[in-house]
Design a protein. Structure first.
Length: 382
């Protein structure tokens, strides 16, 4: 048996054992409840007999014991009726007793709780004793609910701790993989830089080596991105228009003419705290995701706007759109509509924007068959 199979079996055993323990506790509580309920019924029977004794008592009858039985009942509410009229009450608040409507309402509640005890104190003369549960019995009745609530809260706490631990472990794994990827890319990248220097000494068109250098710079940027995953990024005061435009220009030059690009922004600089490398990754992820949604053909609009507190970047496409019920799901790790890919692009984007830059990213609006607008926003510097 593999380790994962053993772990799953262990979980099912733990769940079954927990369910069994809860069932035993609930069954035991129910048993106690019935025992106490029967004992209170016996007390009411004794009380009824004491009442019958007192009704039929004469000067030679010893009424000390019946009176003591009445005195001992300090917790069970009782209403004594004859011919459907209330003739006596025990352990019931005076404000209820003195209000006919409230007294009748209280009586109807007692009728629902227990069957009455009928006293035939004389031939064809009857009294009915209606009684409710004592305070102790009522507490015991709600004990299973309180117990289940405690168990539920405890289970939720365990689940939250387990989930947090699992996410932390996954984050460490992804961070380790990202750093290892950066390390692996570094070796051939150094070699490529050396080859470019050799090519410059040969009789080769300068524009060719210039384009190669641009791609090498891009590889260095990608390496830098991966090396920053899992580390606290350094934020610096940056002009967000300039930083966004650099990535926009690079991507525009790398995609086919079937994709029409447009860029719009205020003329004056807008400053915010950014990590330029990670911000570039964010813009690249959103634009590439938009181009994938259009299947490589359509229009991409990048628009930067501001209000007194925030700067917002809207990236719009003319793709197939996103259903409203997936507006939040698309940012979850592993979510993808493509046949290839791990579904990490938007998840990384969310992490970069929200966790590292304390900004926000969302689907601003989307319409099936017409396109989508994604928006990222950051707090402006004064």
């Amino acid at each position: 048996m593999q380790f994962s199979d053993k772990r799953n079996t262990g979980r099912w055993i733990l769940i079954f054992a927990s369910f069994l323990i809860i069932s035993l506790i609930l069954w035991n509580t129910y048993t106690f409840f019935q025992i106490f309920k029967n004992e209170e019924r016996l007390k009411m029977n004794l009380l009824a007999k004491a009442q019958k004794t007192l009704i039929n008592a004469d000067e030679n009858t010893d009424v000390e014991l019946p009176l003591q039985i009445f005195k001992d009942n300090t917790s069970i509410p009782v209403i004594l009726t004859e011919n459907d009229s209330i003739i006596n009450t025990i352990n019931i608040d005076e404000s209820i007793v003195n209000d006919k409507e409230r007294a009748q309402h209280f009586l109807s509640n007692l009728k629902k709780e227990n069957e009455p005890i009928i006293i035939e104190y004389a031939p064809k003369k009857f009294q009915k004793w209606y009684y409710g549960n004592s305070a102790l019995l009522n507490k015991l009745k709600y004990y299973p609910i309180a117990l289940l609530l405690i168990i539920f809260l405890f289970s939720a706490l365990i689940y939250y701790f387990y989930r947090s631990t699992k996410i932390a472990t996954q984050n460490k794994l992804w961070a380790g993989m990202a750093k290892e990827t950066a390390h692996q890319i570094g070796t051939p990248l150094s070699s490529l830089i050396g080859w470019v220097e050799i090519l410059k000494t040969e009789d080769i068109d300068e524009s060719t080596t210039s384009e190669i250098e641009k791609d090498i710079d891009r590889l260095q940027t990608i390496t830098d991105r991966f090396s920053k995953i899992g580390s606290e990024p350094v934020l610096e005061k940056s002009n967000i228009i300039e930083e966004t435009l650099q990535t926009y220009n690079y991507l525009q030059s790398r995609f086919s003419k079937q994709v029409e690009f447009s860029f719009e922004s205020p003329t004056s600089s807008i400053y915010t705290m950014l990590n330029p490398t990670l911000h570039s990754w964010t813009i690249e992820n959103l634009i590439k995701n938009a181009i994938d949604a259009m299947k490589g053909k359509g229009k991409i609009d990048v628009k930067i706007e501001e209000d007194p507190l925030f700067v917002k970047i809207n990236i719009s496409d003319t793709g197939g759109g996103i259903p409203k019920n997936q507006f939040k799901t698309i940012f979850e790790p592993g979510f993808t509509t493509k046949k290839r890919g791990w579904g990490l692009g938007l998840s990384l984007t969310k992490r970069i924007v929200k966790e590292y830059h304390k900004g926000n990213v969302k689907v601003l609006h989307s319409e099936i068959g017409k396109g989508t607008t994604m928006q990222i926003s950051f707090k402006k510097l004064a």
